[in-house]
Design a protein around this ligand. Structure first.
Ligand code: ADP
Ligand code: MG
Length: 630
């Protein structure tokens, strides 16, 4: 046994989440078990990438004559499959840290999603569980690793239980590994098919064909034979590539399992030369709404991987995955230099323009496909409306909205083409969900005039709308802010004759004054509403300052500017009429109760709780009891 020849081992426990994940791998049967090979090969390829990059500054790291490659060796007699690379390797501590914890937020997100989902199917591939996926096919794994340039090699061993061992590698093992990492999988009984060369070739072809380094298969202790194309797919010409080549490249580059919703592949020549292969995923990556808002586009320089942290695209395009390979950048750019590089800035600008152009083309060519992209990533693209003034108009044109018109998403262009007579403004309403918005009192007057209203329910909507953008000369205006005057936009039908007879016994101005006196400091003003037809009252924001929804959002985080709302009252409503009657009848207690109640109702319509729920309850029961004549 190997164990006998290795030196004494130290034992470590897996981080609790790893143990949980392993339990899942060991005990579940996944239709996607093939992806373990993709994951291990991609780790080998990453390790080769890292070494090639490090060796730019320290050529001596490329010790020996071993070229960068990944070798897959099945051993039918032993029942093992070995995946070995000549990459950067891991030292003692790295073995413990990297193969004992979950460092990747992707795997963490996978765990969360898994606990919500009925079964794990489709999830493992989508999240890329990485190294640990090997426990789907193996019941024992040994990882031997020698860091480039290091004298000693280490071996990591686990059966997928609660822990693992780390020990210095035996002399025999160490000699067999001048540099890099060898992963030995002791295959489970039901995974023995991965010992067959045909099966290995099939999996490598379908998932790892375009890996840049040679992937070699060693059959029956014979000569290694390369089984992948080993060319950077983004450098190949479009005409030689099939849709499935792109799908596979996308899955491997992005660690994803879905289909790309859009593919952009071109070479730029001119001031700078670079190749671009970018994908828009068809589903949201797990980290889309992380605080860091980090993109993952990979920077290569002349085929050498440099970084996936170079901010090659603006944050509002962080869902785009893929590679940009420059011919001109120096190889030894530090991270700081990358961030300041005018060349990178120029690439970012040009590629951003191309992506937006391509999205526009997709929207024209296949509206349904584009709508899916928008549903997945619109909330992120909208960040660009306030972050990228230069492209604001383009982004507004790309935006799609749920509106009060039924039948799918609408563009501002479509909105503008359907304006009502005399309508010069684009109206919108911001809130928490489109369903809630649809029953908002703010919509009443717009509805009566057949005016379409954008219903904005993404958290980002409160922010970009606060920039007061316009579209093709038409301003955007919030229905919950300032005066809303639909002016000369005609009503759809003449209003019922009832409101013609003035329902209140006293002047509107007096009612307004009475309510205002009751509410005092809580409102900045009380006025007669032009926007309400059915509801008794609503709260709106003043004409300047944040929209009502933004103010509510900010004040919930104690960041509000403390802008007091305006109470608008519907003088045709029975409740307001009741105030008038109470005033005329000298029933001051009722006047106060009813005025307070108008404010309570307006708060409830915003989805809030009345400021003093107990007082609200008392008022309600007083008024109801009186109303019932008790
Ligand atoms: N063959 C390898 N050579 C060097 N390091 C490796 C190798 N395999 C795994 N690692 C280390 O283990 C970490 C975890 O691997 P993995 O679970 O696949 O996640 P990921 O590759 O997404 O980081 C890697 O980030 C890397 O640091
Ligand atoms: Mg990996």
């Amino acid at each position: 046994m190997d164990n006998k020849t290795d030196k004494p081992a130290e034992t470590h426990s897996f981080q609790a989440e790893v143990a949980q994940l392993l339990h899942l791998m060991v005990h579940s049967v996944y239709s996607e078990s093939d992806i373990f090979l993709r994951e291990l090969i991609s780790n080998g390829s990453d390790a080769c990438d890292k070494l090639r990059y490090e060796a730019i500054a320290k050529p001596e790291l490329m010790t020996g004559d071993a070229p960068l490659r990944i070798r897959v060796t099945p051993d039918a007699a032993a029942g093992t499959l070995t995946i070995a690379d000549t990459g950067i390797g891991m030292d003692h501590q790295e073995l413990i840290d990297n193969l004992g914890t979950i460092a990747r937020s992707g795997t963490r997100a996978f765990m969360t999603r898994l606990s919500e989902a009925k079964d794990g199917n489709g999830l493992i591939g989508q999240f890329g569980v990485g190294f640990y996926s090997a426990f789907m096919v193996a019941d024992r794994i040994e990882v031997t690793s020698r860091q480039a340039g290091a004298g000693e090699a280490w071996v990591w061993r686990s059966t997928g239980g609660a822990g693992f061992e780390v020990a210095p590698a035996s002399q025999e093992r160490a000699e067999g590994l001048p540099r890099g990492t060898a992963v030995v999988l002791h295959l489970k009984a039901d995974a023995k098919r991965y010992l067959e060369p045909r099966e290995i070739e099939r999996v490598v072809r379908s998932y790892s064909d375009h890996i840049q380094f040679p992937i070699e298969l060693v059959e029956d202790k014979g000569e290694p034979r390369q089984i992948n194309a080993a060319s950077a797919i983004w450098q190949r010409s479009k005409s030689g590539l099939q849709p499935e080549d792109y799908t596979n490249a996308y899955r491997s580059v992005a660690g994803a399992f879905d289909e790309p919703a859009m593919t952009l592949h071109y070479k730029a020549e001119g001031r700078q030369s670079y190749a671009v292969l970018l994908f828009v995923p068809s589903s949201r990556p797990f980290d889309l709404f992380d605080q860091e808002r980090k993109g993952r586009t990979k920077l290569y320089v002349r085929r050498i991987y440099i970084s996936d942290d170079a901010d090659l695209l603006p944050a509002y395009l962080r869902f785009v995955r893929g590679v940009i390979d420059s011919e001109d950048l120096p190889l030894n750019l530090s991270r700081e230099m990358l961030q300041k590089s005018p060349q990178v800035a120029q690439i970012r600008k040009a590629v951003t323009g191309r992506i937006l152009g391509e999205l526009e083309a997709l929207a024209t060519k296949d509206a349904a496909a584009y709508a899916k992209v928008w549903e997945a990533f619109g909330a992120v693209l909208k960040e660009g409306i306030y972050e990228d003034p230069e492209r604001r108009d383009k982004l507004l044109a790309l935006a799609r909205f749920t509106t009060t018109k039924e039948g799918g998403l609408r563009s501002l262009k479509e909105y503008a083409a359907d304006l009502r007579p005399n309508q010069t403004t684009i109206y919108y309403l911001v809130g928490e969900s489109t369903d809630r918005l649809k029953s908002s009192p703010y919509l009443e007057a717009a509805r009566a005039r057949g005016v379409e209203v954008l219903l904005l329910a993404d958290p980002v909507d409160a922010f970009w709308t606060s920039m007061s953008p316009g579209f093709e000369g038409k301003p955007l205006k919030s229905l919950s802010q300032g005066d809303v005057d639909f002016g000369l936009v005609p009503l759809l039908e003449t209003p019922p004759s009832e409101p013609e007879t003035k329902p209140t016994g006293i002047d509107d101005a007096i009612i307004v004054a009475v309510v205002k006196a009751t509410l005092g400091e809580r409102v900045s003003d009380v006025r007669v509403s032009q926007r309400l037809t059915d509801s008794a009252a609503c709260l709106v924001a003043g004409g300047s300052g944040p929209d009502r929804e933004l103010e509510r959002l900010l004040s919930r985080q104690s960041r509000g500017v403390g802008a007091k709302p305006i109470l608008e009252i519907n003088t045709r409503h029975a409740m307001v009429k009741a105030i008038s009657d109470a005033k005329l009848g000298g029933r001051d207690g009722d006047v106060i109760d009813l005025s307070e109640l108008l404010f309570d109702i307006a708060q409830i319509l915003e989805g809030e709780v009345p400021t003093d729920p107990a007082a609200f309850a008392k008022r309600m029961s007083r008024l109801v009891t009186r109303g019932l004549g008790a």
